[in-house]
Design a protein around this ligand. Structure first.
Ligand code: NAD
Ligand code: UGA
Length: 458
């Protein structure tokens, strides 16, 4: 069967897998191939047990896989056969050399550019899907054109705005799709090819275009603004706890101003996820590079407040549990960085678990989807950690429960039964404000929400 276009995506991760599955699902006329250097990941994409948990993903993969969606490790063949290549490799924070701990590590990106150059036999459109420092497209174009073999490459920026847990909904009905291109006739022509792909299911007015640097920068700024809202409300949660105010009431009052808006104002133990911290630090590094110290400091404050919030959470546990956690069993309800995902990257639960172990607590972890990742995250931590799927079993014999992830199931548990099985006095630290605090207090728990006065029986 012949297809209208051959699309390739390099990188079969949380972004590459779902975005390509959506394109293939919506556009049966295109052949979509996703390649990765990790054979285990590709094998999982080809199995019934997909490598990531995302509501709705399995259905669309099952519909398109084998029809016009293919997962493979054949990077070379994939490059040769496609005219459009999305690059969705990881761009973590650099851990070595100049910019360590801040700048983006572009080694996977650079390697991909060289592979594309090496194996290409015809002109191609290259689409940056990964989140990158501004001006990366220029570096990409320089690497690609250095072969001097007459093959033309046009690099577009098309950042991904999906959030994990809602990826399928976000891909199917996005607030916007952003496509940045050079403003030359060839650049605009390449841009129109990508606009046409998305137009298969997204209304044209939601597909916005811009110059390529604005597009690259918009992605970093969008994440910085979202994270800033969380750090803003989290900073106020600390004040609420001192001032006997209720952070949810404050957030509601502030968020009802339509200029502010009510989303992303949930105070929490801190934000996690693979991107917020890395993208803000990337932005901070860029500002420092351009000698904009005040701007860099401003955005770095968002990360500093997040670190403060996580530390504050642990210190509060220590403080109210009579200044010692040694030998106490503490159960973490949830380990994923947010609900509806098994992803634990930068999850505040990692920090909290490590700090509790430092205090010599015995940590029990329960999570409906993230236990495997939790085990990997904590495998090098010396201390008593157990992993238990059932929350009732996990919390039995514990002195405290700390809610780390806003999984809906935790709000619906039988807390009378849980209370009976716990060591006394029993504590609950609700790092997500999802539980009924008054009811828990009535049952007998000492309850510590975020940004509200604690409820204690002492
Ligand atoms: P990921 O780590 O889940 O996936 C990246 C994949 O790329 C890995 O499977 C890795 O094996 C593969 N890879 C690396 N080098 C390769 C190469 N040379 N050839 C083939 N495969 C290679 O990462 P992710 O979460 O999908 O993120 C990818 C990019 O998208 C990052 O830049 C990230 O900032 C951005 N982003 C992520 C999200 C998210 O929700 N996770 C959302 C928006 C944007
Ligand atoms: C975030 C952005 O929302 C996406 O638009 C972006 O594409 C993505 O990063 C990325 O670039 O990787 P994601 O990290 O998947 O998506 O999830 P969010 O819903 O943004 O949540 C991030 C963290 O903030 C989670 O730990 C969540 O629990 C926390 N959060 C969120 C709060 O603590 N309070 C809130 O009000 C909202």
């Amino acid at each position: 069967m012949s297809f209208e276009k051959n699309i390739l995506c390099i990188g079969a991760g949380y972004v590459g897998g779902p975005t390509m599955a959506m394109i293939a699902y919506k556009c049966p006329q295109y052949r979509v191939t996703v390649v990765d250097i990790d054979p285990e990941r590709i094998a999982q994409w080809n199995s019934d047990d997909l490598p990531i948990y995302e509501p709705g993903l399995e259905e669309i993969v099952k519909t398109a896989r084998g029809r016009n969606l293919f997962f493979s490790t054949e990077v070379e063949e994939g490059i040769r056969e496609s005219e459009i290549i999305f690059v969705s490799v990881n761009t973590p924070t650099k851990t070595f050399g100049a910019g360590a701990g801040m700048a983006a590590d572009l080694q996977y990106w650079d390697k991909t550019a060289r592979q594309i150059r090496k194996y290409s036999e015809s002109n191609k459109i290259i689409v940056e899907k990964s989140t990158l420092p501004v001006k990366t497209a220029q570096a990409m174009e320089r690497i690609l054109t250095s072969a001097d073999n007459g093959i033309r490459f046009h690099v577009l920026s098309n950042p991904e705005f999906l959030a994990q847990g809602t990826a399928i909904k976000d891909l199917e009905d996005p607030d916007r799709v952003l496509i940045g291109s050079t403003q030359t006739p060839e650049g605009l022509k390449a841009r129109d090819v990508l606009v046409e792909i998305y137009s298969n299911w997204i209304r044209r007015e939601r597909i916005i275009t811009s110059n390529i640097w604005s597009s690259e920068l918009s992605k970093l700024v969008a994440n910085a603004f979202l994270a800033q809202r969380i750090s803003s409300i989290n900073s106020i949660s600390a004040l609420c706890e001192k001032a006997d105010a209720d952070v949810e009431e404050v957030a509601r009052a502030v968020g009802m101003d339509s200029r502010v808006g009510n989303r992303f104002l949930n105070a929490s133990v801190g934000f996690g996820g693979s991107c917020f911290k890395k993208d803000i630090l990337n932005l901070v590094y860029l500002c420092q590079y351009y000698d904009l110290k005040e701007v860099a400091d401003y955005w770095e404050g968002v990360v500093r407040i997040n670190d403060y919030q996580k530390e504050r959470f642990v210190l509060n546990m220590l403080n109210v549990m009579f200044n010692t956690l040694a030998n106490k069993r503490i159960c973490l309800f949830g380990f994923a960085f947010k609900a509806d995902t098994g992803d634990t990257r930068e999850s505040p639960a990692i920090f909290v678990a490590e700090r509790l172990i430092e205090e010599k607590a015995r940590v029990v972890i329960t999570d409906p989807k993230a236990l495997k990742n939790a085990m990997k995250d904590l495998e090098n931590i010396a201390g008593e950690i157990s992993y238990v799927e059932d929350p009732y079993e996990a919390s039995a014999g514990c002195s405290a429960i700390a809610v780390m992830t806003e999984w809906g199931i935790y709000a619906d548990l039988d807390y009378k039964k849980i209370y009976r099985s716990m060591a006394k006095p029993a504590f609950i630290f609700d790092g997500r404000n999802i539980l009924d605090h008054d009811k828990l207090f009535e049952i007998g728990f000492n309850v510590f929400p975020i940004g509200k006065p604690g409820l204690t029986h002492f």
